[in-house]
Design a protein around this ligand. Structure first.
Ligand code: FEO
Ligand code: CA
Ligand code: CA
Ligand code: CA
Length: 621
């Protein structure tokens, strides 16, 4: 069926939007050195886990930070969830579940209507966090995008054919706030809760920070540049210390088109952000002129931000101080000097890793609600000797609002280190260090792509990905200087004996590809989620479906904890207050048409949040 994405969402972007090449002195120098000198490859393995404690593990028994053990699960290609012995799981919320009692239950044949989608749990859940508000459990969760072949599977074309179809798809995007509760041991949505709310691509959101009112954000409908309609393509997330949720707008570019045609001219900024004259098949410009570049050329500048949501009031604001790019997640840390630091990846092949440092300091018990309105934005330079530096984007010499709206261009000018698609960043709650998933990059080391191999992105045509980590030199996350190494280099030791076998902590029992979601629990366990090749063939044989693994950041041991259903990505993770339930996101099962998760035979596959619990009811962690 035509509507099924034959390639992943990211590959679709890559094929339709080759990353604009940049010309910087830095890239010319490094490019030549890497191409002439050959790959630095694992010659840089000195940087691989400075911890000498690391030993290859064949052990099947994994130990969590607080002493709980589990038997690691084997890779598989089942169309269900696999958890270790002694654990159980259940679906909590599935795409299309109504948030209100006057909205019909999900219809597997029609997939509902635009009106029902707008008041139901959205599609393709990604980042999420659970908040405790006045004794209620309030889940805030991103609904990143829709798979056309699933959403419009009732059309022979598998594509949106009517205005209603387009609007239905559009309303399934955004963010869901919903109360959940446990009844007879089973978690579910609390319909009609006062917290329940959907953000869609049409919800008005205030703009705060230095780019508020910028000419670059003004449109005919918003001449002040202060109110933007909608948040969409919300990928990973963050959680602030003051009880708010951060949702990260990622591939916002794929929804724009131009009624003047494919050959209409594009600005350098549109090219750098992948904004094209043709959209990715969603057809939004047909129902909403904001998505027609000829009519609303500044609309793309109004998306690609981090948006802060108050789960109690449902209020939201776009945080321009954190910069505009294809935001993956936003990991918040209170630095030892009490500045608020937010680490953020820009998920594109060869794009960058950023850090925001608040102007004001966090005050325990004080009013911290505007700390993300003002601050400095930095981009990472990783040196080959294991040192690194956060460089202030101001050094690019651009105007204050331009630096934020076109942060990628400022970072290009600075010569930031091109990365293998930075996905989630996670900061260790126990130690001043942070980790980032660099998911994969087929363009690494390819001539003409301006992404030469470097010490932190060591492999040409990187198919498997790696997890890098850094620590500020003085233990203070707001400091510019850091030291880095690689926590894990994914690979397949059954198939390869070269650098593609992966690092020492990868073995036949725990191998995976394309690390993406990444989160620490409060005990210091590092949870790794994957969004990779699930063919289980050739270089990926033995890896099975996408999965979630436990990483021990002290020993380097990695153990598989959960395997997702067919053609899914495992992304999004949070816990109940008592840590007896772990909520895990299952995104796009059956994205190529081959899953019936979680409903089983004859049902439409649906993205879902699942709850994982110990059979003995104990704490997970
Ligand atoms: Fe939405 Fe980069 O993953
Ligand atoms: Ca991701
Ligand atoms: Ca991904
Ligand atoms: Ca995905």
């Amino acid at each position: 069926m035509e509507g099924y994405n034959e390639v992943s969402f990211d590959d679709w972007d890559e094929q339709n939007n080759e990353r604009a090449e940049r010309e910087t002195d830095f890239s010319k120098i490094v490019g030549r050195r890497a191409f002439l000198g050959g790959s630095v490859a694992l010659g840089a393995s000195a940087f691989l886990l400075g911890t000498s404690a690391l030993v290859p593990t064949k052990a099947q028994a994994a130990i969590m930070s607080n002493g709980n053990k589990f038997k690691a699960v084997a890779a598989n290609s089942f169309d269900t969830i696999t958890v270790p012995d002694g654990f159980r799981w259940q679906a909590v919320a599935q795409w299309g579940d109504p948030l209100f009692s006057n909205i019909p239950e999900f219809d597997h044949a029609t997939r509902g209507t635009a009106a029902s989608q707008a008041l139901s749990y959205g599609d393709n859940n990604d980042g999420m966090d659970l908040f405790r508000v006045d004794g209620s459990n309030v889940m805030v969760v991103n609904n990143e995008y829709t798979n056309r072949g699933v959403m419009f599977g009732y059309n022979k074309s598998g594509l949106p054919e009517t205005v209603e179809d387009v609007n239905k798809g559009k309303m399934a995007h955004g963010v869901t706030i919903m109360e959940i509760a446990q009844s007879n041991g089973k978690w579910g949505i609390v319909k009609d809760s006062r917290f329940n709310k959907r953000f869609t691509p049409d919800t008005p959101i205030n703009v705060v920070g230095p780019a508020q009112g910028s000419a670059l954000l003004k449109t005919a409908d918003d001449p002040d540049g202060t109110t933007i309609l909608g948040t969409y393509n919300n990928c990973g997330n963050g959680r602030t210390t003051w009880g708010t949720y951060l949702t990260c707008e990622e591939n916002f570019n794929g929804y724009f088109s131009n009624s003047l045609g494919a050959d209409a001219s594009r600005t350098a900024e549109q090219k750098r952000y992948g904004v094209e004259n043709k959209d990715w098949g969603y057809g939004w410009a047909k129902v909403d002129y904001r998505f027609d570049l000829s009519k609303t050329p500044n609309e793309p500048n109004r998306h690609g931000w981090v948006t802060e949501i108050n789960p109690t009031t449902g209020e939201a604001k776009k945080l321009t101080a954190l910069g505009r790019f294809k935001h993956e997640n936003a990991e918040v840390v209170i630095a030892s000097d009490n500045h608020v630091v937010v680490y953020m990846g820009d998920d594109e092949r060869g794009d960058y890793l950023y850090k925001f440092v608040s102007a004001d300091k966090y005050v325990e018990g004080g009013n911290n609600t505007e700390l993300l309105h003002e601050g400095e934005l930095f981009v990472a330079k990783f040196n080959e000797d294991g040192s690194g530096r956060w460089v202030n984007l101001k050094e690019a010499g651009m105007g204050a609002d331009e630096t934020l709206v076109f942060a990628r261009i400022a970072a290009d000018k600075i010569g930031a280190t091109t990365m293998d698609r930075p996905e989630w960043v996670a900061a260790n709650p126990i130690k001043a260090e942070a980790y980032v998933c660099l998911t994969n990059n087929k363009n690494r080391g390819k001539e003409g792509k301006d992404q030469p191999v470097n010490a932190v992105n060591q492999r040409k045509n990187n198919q498997y990905g790696q997890i890098a980590r850094w620590e500020p030199v003085d233990g203070n996350h707001s400091t510019a200087e850091f030291k880095w190494d690689l926590f894990a280099v994914a690979g397949n030791p059954n198939v390869h004996s070269d650098e593609n076998a992966g690092s020492k902590n990868i073995n036949s029992n725990n191998m995976f590809n394309s690390p993406d979601g990444l989160k620490f629990d409060k005990f210091g366990n590092l949870w790794i989620q994957t969004d990779g090749n699930y063919s289980d063939k050739d270089g990926f044989s033995g890896m099975g479906n996408n999965q979630m693994l436990l990483g021990n950041t002290t020993t380097g041991e990695i153990s598989r904890f959960l395997v997702g259903p067919k053609e899914c990505e495992v992304t999004g993770l949070t816990w109940s207050e008592d840590y007896k339930t772990m909520f895990v996101g299952i995104q796009h099962p059956g994205e190529k048409g081959n899953s019936q998760f979680p409903g089983g035979t004859g049902t439409t596959p649906r993205s879902a949040i699942i709850a994982v619990m110990r059979e003995d009811g104990g704490v997970i962690g």
